[in-house]
Design a protein around this ligand. Sequence first.
Ligand code: GCU
Length: 346
Amino acid sequence: MKRIKIATALILAAALIFLVYAGCAKRFDGESEIVPDFVFRYAENQAADYPTTLGANKFAELVAERTSGRIKIVVFHSAELGSEVECIEQLRFGGIDFARLSLSQLAEVSQSINVLHLPYLYRDEAHMWRVLDGEIGDSFLGALEEQNIIGLSWYNAGARCFYTTVPIRKVEDLQGLTIRVQESAMMADMVRLLGASAAPIVYSEVYSALQTGRIDGAENNWPSYESMSHYEVARYFYLDQHTRVPEMQVISRAAMEKLSEEDMEIIRECAKESALFEREEWARREKLSEQICIEKGVEVVVPGPEDVKLMQELCQPLYEKYAADSMSIVDRIIQLGQDEIPESAS
Ligand code: GCU
């Protein structure tokens, strides 16, 4: 009898401790911070101070604010959660909840996306936003649903240019060089059409590949060239702006399915706001990176109109190979560029 009483007392005490703890745990996290209902992981392969990482932090901040701390997003930058290709795999199976990814990488799992980063597709940045912030961009946010990845917003990644360890002063100088490309079939074909050999190498290894002479050059935007210190080993920058590869902020289906409709609405709204913030940060950093590289003695060559024309012609087969089924979209995109030209200039 006495034993039963002790056992009952112990059970009651344990239940009490559990109830008190559960009550506290819901409210307190050390310093009276609310313990979130969800903690999500966000993958970013750029450095802590890079515009896209700042955009991710902004996103996490807005979501925490608007859900009163119920949803917490932890941003892992500098590819801590893996390369973009690895992150895409993890997103598909719900191992990672959010990410910001280069479109050329996403196009590897959903070919239709290639149409949005064809070389010389956009007249300029304003033209690209007109496309991405309109109906075409909206419809492509859903292009990866079969892969269990859902697009939320569009981030800026500027225009990509070639940079090399040996001078390039005209398109023909690319002949015979080995150029690093993203892990993207279309980017590899582009480099081959321009007369060079393509070496797909993960972003984090480009510096050492340049340094050891495994490659003669790479291509990227000003902030990446500067942030990854590629300018230290590839001193020649050919300002050809051959392509704009926008970036998508995404959520995995697994994460999305945990959320209520209302929370998902908040996520979408915060993603869009964070993208506007990222675009401002981008504009600032793009100028700063260019300035830093020039101060460090990088030689910048601006191709003449004839060179640009030649590059455009050489890249033309990519339109047939990668956008044969999307020619009507290409036409609509080109049309949106035309619409922008002020009457006096046309
Ligand atoms: C850009 C982009 C990265 C990408 C990189 C690359 O810097 O922002 O997400 O990994 O290009 O060339 O691989």
